[in-house]
Design a protein around this ligand. Structure first.
Ligand SMILES: Nc1ncnc2c1ncn2[C@@H]1O[C@H](COP(=O)(O)OP(=O)(O)OP(=O)(O)O)[C@@H](O)[C@H]1O
Length: 269
């Protein structure tokens, strides 16, 4: 459904009074996310995960330069190529809670999101959506500053998914959630994929990625190192094709930090 071909992102910076240079941030990313799958994009902080998500929705800063092709079912994604309008077929769950409007009640923001996506909802349907993310009906009347960080994150998920988009890009969707709430959110994203949606889940947490995704794409230093099937992250990781992926897997606390020096080297390469 979603296809990225040779996508690169750089930032223009002044390196003198007049002259500007481009500082590369992401380079040559090729990626597809298919209908019915959760693709996890995993990488350390600063790897470029959010940049990629923001590029798809055309919300990078003015000084960003995006190259390459982004398409949804073969049609170019205009927002990624500098167009103004974002397709209602795709929705972003942003990492930052500041994307909520501080002056509008949570229920209003949910209602607007449904309308923007062309799916007007009744009050009961809005409440049902909140409840599917473990939020009570009372949240409808609250302002964002009156809900906890974890509740705000679930509200962002409800806002992104209420109009039933075909592609959901969820940037660190479990950040700040307790294990039960995180599991509710991840199961919800999994269910959406199982019902034919495509989900690009961005996370720095390999365990989260492995437990709910079909494939895991690994981003490091602005490059996509490769994509592994999620079920290859098991045991000693012998089915993983990339040494970096194996090292990452063996370095997980539950795997007793068993990465060998060679594998540790691969992680830092
Ligand atoms: N406006 C900007 N100008 C210049 N460089 C930027 C800008 N925004 C981001 N970057 C650089 O792009 C890189 C990737 O940032 P990004 O926010 O995508 O990381 P991330 O992988 O999402 O990290 P995290 O998990 O911490 O959110 C960072 O090294 C950052 O310095």
């Amino acid at each position: 459904m979603l296809a990225l071909e040779n996508v690169s992102i750089g930032f223009l910076r002044y390196d003198g009074l007049v002259h500007r240079c481009e500082v590369p941030a992401l380079d040559g990313i090729d990626l597809t996310v298919d209908r019915g799958e959760v693709l996890a994009l995993v990488g350390a902080s600063g790897a470029g995960k959010s940049l990629l998500a923001h590029a798809l929705f055309g919300i990078l800063p003015e000084n960003a330069v995006v190259r390459g092709d982004v398409s949804l079912d073969g049609q170019p994604v205009a927002a990624a190529q500098g167009g103004k309008r974002c397709s209602p077929r795709m929705a972003l769950v942003p990492q930052s809670l500041s994307h909520l409007d501080p002056l509008a009640r949570c229920g209003k923001q949910l209602q607007w999101a449904a309308k923007r996506g062309g799916k007007a909802k009744t009050a009961t349907e809005l409440v049902d959506t909140l409840e599917s993310f473990g939020l009570g009906a009372e949240v409808m009347r609250l302002y964002p500053h009156q809900v906890s960080g974890g509740m705000a994150r679930r509200l962002l998920l409800a806002i992104a998914t209420i109009s039933e988009p075909d592609l959901i890009v969820a940037d660190e969707p479990t950040s700040g959630l307790d294990p039960d709430a995180a599991n509710t959110v991840l199961c919800h994203l999994r269910r959406l994929a199982d019902h034919g949606k495509a989900v690009l889940m961005i996370t720095h947490d390999l365990v989260t990625a492995v437990s709910h995704a079909d494939r895991v794409a690994i981003l490091a230093g602005g490059r996509l190192l490769g994509i592994e099937p999620a079920n290859a992250f098991s045991g000693e990781g012998r089915r993983l094709s990339m040494p970096y992926a194996r090292a990452l897997w063996l370095a997980m606390p539950d795997n007793h930090f068993t990465a060998t020096p060679l594998e540790r080297e691969a992680m830092h390469a």
